[in-house]
Design a binder for this molecule. Structure first.
Ligand code: ADP
Length: 379
């Protein structure tokens, strides 16, 4: 019987696992939040991933449970594990992608390079950190942030007073501190992806450059242009060390800062396929969605070599303001036949990730031009 992989969360990441699952002969089942989700084609259940009974019923009919996001509560995950369900990544690993304070503490223990940070419980503690760090810092809510929501640059402790009020209200559930970090002066942002099997086998993708606009990933260049051998090696070592040290199974993305003085610091982690790895669908021998499935199903991992010297991914943010996505296909495909267009089946909305374009080739400037030109058809 085909191995059944259950994905909790029906967003675009689950959607992009569908094709590789079919090709690998895996049976993909998705627990979607509602019927209109991106991965509706594979949704076998609709319900609330925070509800143990819902998740338990879903998990009963699969061989392994994995995720499209990191929001399934620890209690739910731990209950599944206790009942003998294979969960990848498991709760012990996933906690470090769910809570940025827990992650900072653990990465400090592992000796991984990070921005200076502290857990702050009130305005006075934040002010003390600001005084030690030139009067500027980045405050983050430890849980639930994405695409820059939950991240704020502050110049005075008062700038975060509303967030302290919000965490105080939540303190019954353990959320009693904010994370504060030094404001890193970075030359650029990078991402390192690693896949790890339960057996421990690991493969590391080339380090990539991620370009963010307004806190949202806009473009990814693979490999990171101008990356020295040292940079690539250090990024890979960091990725492998974290995957191993935290016991990650499946895909791990490590978001990194490359500082003005050539240091590499870890920003945050994702334990699932990640926007920084979409290029690999068309640009690597094994794309990250196939790789994630192979890793969580404990199958031998695939070759991560790039298929071309350069790959570029451009996100389609917002989507067509008039008409539908499909209306734009003809012109986009006719004018840019080298572009691989991926759509998420989502309604257009300002700033929303509704698709992306991948292009691979020999000349970076050409590849960037084609990818941007194709994506521009969907604005
Ligand atoms: P999210 O969980 O919303 O993705 P991140 O922690 O990745 O939040 O932060 C979003 C963006 O904010 C980062 O991509 C980076 O551009 C900026 N940022 C985050 N932390 C820092 C920092 N310590 N110093 C400077 N910029 C930062």
């Amino acid at each position: 019987m085909a191995l059944r992989v259950g994905v909790i969360g029906g967003g675009q990441l689950a959607r992009m696992m569908i094709a590789p699952a079919v090709e690998l002969g895996l049976e993909l089942r998705v627990l979607a939040e509602d019927e209109g989700m991106s991965a509706r084609l594979a949704a076998t259940a609709v319900g609330d991933y925070r509800d143990l009974d819902t998740v338990r019923a879903f998990a009963k009919d699969v061989d392994v449970v994995t995720f499209d996001h990191e929001h399934v509560p620890q209690e739910v995950l731990r209950a599944l594990v206790e009942e003998g369900v294979a969960v990848h990544p498991g709760p012990d690993a996933l906690q470090f992608a769910q809570d940025k304070l827990v992650m900072r503490k653990r990465l400090t223990e592992l000796g991984v390079p990070q921005p200076d940070w502290a857990a702050v419980r009130n305005v006075d503690e934040l002010q003390a950190f600001l005084d030690d760090h030139g009067g500027r810092a980045v405050v983050k809510t430890p849980r639930g942030g994405y695409d820059g929501k939950g991240v704020r640059v502050v110049r005075s402790a008062e700038d975060a007073s509303d967030w302290f009020d919000a965490v105080a209200a939540e303190s019954a559930s353990g959320g009693d501190a904010l994370l504060v970090e030094e404001l890193v002066s970075f030359a650029r942002e990078l991402a390192q992806q690693v896949a790890r099997r339960p057996s421990g086998q690991m493969v590391a993708y080339p380090v990539v450059e991620t370009v963010q606009r307004d806190g949202v990933c806009a473009e990814v260049l693979a490999p990171a242009p101008g990356a020295s051998e040292r940079l690539s090696r250090v990024a890979e070592e960091i990725g492998r060390e974290i995957a191993e040290g935290l016991g990650v199974t499946g895909m791990l993305a490590v978001e990194l800062f490359e500082t003005d003085d050539d240091r590499i610091l870890v920003n945050e982690l994702a334990m699932r396929p990640h926007n920084s790895g979409h290029w690999s669908q068309d640009g690597a021998v094994t794309g990250q969605f196939e790789q994630h499935l192979r890793a969580v199903a404990d199958l031998p991992l695939g070759d991560v070599s790039p298929r071309a010297p350069w790959s570029v991914m451009v996100n389609i943010l917002g989507g067509p303001t008039e008409g539908t996505f499909e209306d734009r296909f003809d012109a986009a495909m006719t004018e840019q036949p080298a572009a691989k267009i991926h759509t998420y089946g989502k309604a257009a909305r300002p700033g929303r990730k509704v698709g992306h374009v991948n292009v691979a080739g020999d000349d970076l400037d050409d590849v960037v031009y084609i990818a941007r030109a194709a994506a521009a058809h969907f604005a």
